[in-house]
Ligand binder design. Sequence first.
Ligand SMILES: [Fe+2]
Ligand SMILES: [Fe+2]
Length: 159
Amino acid sequence: MKHERSIALLNQAAADELQAVHQYMYFHVHLDDDGLTHLADLFKRTAITEMGHLEALAERILFLEGDIEMRAAGAIEKITDPAAMLTKAKEMEDLAASDYNRAALECAAAADAQSKQIFEKLIADEEGHFSEFDRQLDNIQRFGPSYLALQSFKTAAAG
Ligand SMILES: [Fe+2]
Ligand SMILES: [Fe+2]
């Protein structure tokens, strides 16, 4: 197979995306159940973006005549404390961005510019996710845990 290494990198990324979808939806349902709607919505929106990433990676794998494994990289962590969720999510985004940076370089070295571009687009999104999670965690640390509840009241009033 011509782009064997790219296909392996794309499949590894797809597995990480699938794990992120599972982890963020786990966070979403718990936060929603606790009435922390605003943060719950952020995790759901992010999970949907990660699913879009999975799709882009899978389409590229099929184009290169490989097959998508469609297996999550690992099991979710059962974290229910909002600050711990955000810490975990920041770690995941940070790791994804560095993995994709390495993958982009490898694809470029293998003369696969299109896969490189896909990884670069994902890096921009993951860095955006990182800063959103960072801002939320920073606000919890500055204003205390009641920040999340107040933020959700505000969202409900505005809606
Ligand atoms: Fe992603
Ligand atoms: Fe992300």
